[in-house]
Write a protein that binds this ligand. Structure first.
Ligand code: DAH
Length: 339
């Protein structure tokens, strides 16, 4: 029996040496030390031994078990170490490799100017209103008092989706939408995209941006309009900017004006930007036409208002000295990264 035990130990040690993986070692453990394992089988036969032999063989059996367990444990350690070494080799990270550059985006120059405008007007108490880009003929023309034969209604100027649905040609329909759902006092601006059937050139693109303004309350005068626009021009172009009104015609305002500001580049002396005049055209404006107020169920005998509309792209071109509007919409990063 003693020999049998020694033999088991030797075989087990051999098997352990041959097992190269954790699973292999587990099989060896079951084979020798498991419930039906070789060593257990031998120990079951100990009942047949004499009383003197039993402790001697028992002691040897214990030593054999301890030896097998010990070499299993040390084999497991070295297998784990090998497996770890393998993984470290496979998953090696070269910390000296240059990292991937993450480029941060930035705001489009038109968005930057739009944000500037919103900031100036919201500080004066204006709220930002929005309207749809796909608009009805009623909101874009009829309710704004545009004559039935107004040339801007023509298919050659306006993108028609159906007889009564178009892409808005101006942000002015937001005036109507706002007055329909809000009672005065009203003080809103509305920046957004507009569309006209224009062939692209240095100063025209079929999609462009406007910012609309509308104030309606009791006792609003042309003086309020002038003061508001003067304040805006000084904030946008600089403290010394002056503005002047030139009479003009818009269907939705009466009286109407085009408003110029002293050239911010030459302070009014005359330069290439203002083509020597000292003035640059800023926007269209006027007092809201009584018909427009009536179309929105606002009594023109009680309320009056002013409105203005400016081209955001034009302002951005002036601010950044850009001579071709198409550059804004080509999405060339070499151009956009400069702002
Ligand atoms: N909607 C006009 C245009 O596209 C601009 C404009 C002029 C807006 C006068 C106004 C205004 O609100 O009062 O040419």
């Amino acid at each position: 029996m003693q020999e049998e035990l020694k033999n088991i130990e030797n075989c087990a040690i051999e098997d352990i040496k041959g097992a190269r993986t954790s699973e292999g070692i587990d099989k060896v453990r079951v084979k020798y030390l498991g419930k039906k394992g070789e060593l257990t089988k031998v120990l079951r036969g100990m009942g047949k031994l004499s009383a003197e032999q039993r402790p001697v063989i028992g002691k040897i059996a214990n030593t054999v078990r301890e030896n097998i367990e010990g070499s299993i444990a040390s084999m497991i350690n070295s297998i784990k170490q090998e497996e770890l070494d393998d993984r470290l080799k496979q998953e090696v990270i070269d910390v000296t490799m240059p990292g991937k550059k993450i480029t941060l985006g930035k705001k489009h120059p038109i968005t930057q100017v739009m944000d500037d405008l919103i900031s100036i007007f919201t500080k004066m108490g204006f709220k930002v209103a929005e309207g749809p880009e796909v608009e009805s003929v009623y909101y874009n023309f009829d309710a704004l008092n545009a004559a039935k034969n107004h040339p801007s209604r023509d298919m050659s100027d306006t993108f028609y989706i159906s007889d009564d649905t178009i892409l808005r040609t101006q942000t002015s329909p937001v005036q109507i939408r706002t007055m329909e759902k809000t009672k005065p006092p009203i003080r809103i601006i509305s920046p957004g995209r507009c569309f006209r059937n224009d062939t692209p050139d240095a100063t025209h693109t079929p999609m462009f941006h406007q910012l609309e303004g509308l104030v309606v309350d009791e006792g609003i005068t042309l003086g309020d309009l002038k003061g508001t626009l003067e304040m805006f021009a000084k904030h946008f172009f600089g403290e010394h900017t002056k503005i002047k009104f030139r009479p003009h015609y818009f269907p939705f305002t009466e009286p109407s004006a085009e408003v110029d500001a002293t050239c911010f580049k030459c302070s009014g002396k005359g330069c290439s930007l203002c083509k020597g005049s000292g003035w640059i055209e800023l926007l269209g404006a006027g007092m809201v036409h009584p018909n427009v107020l009536k179309n929105c169920n606002i009594d023109p005998e009680v309320y009056s208002g002013f409105a203005f509309g400016m081209g955001i792209d034009r302002l951005a071109m002036m601010k950044y000295g850009i001579d071709d509007i198409r550059l804004f919409f080509e999405n060339d990063m070499r151009f956009l990264n400069q702002f």
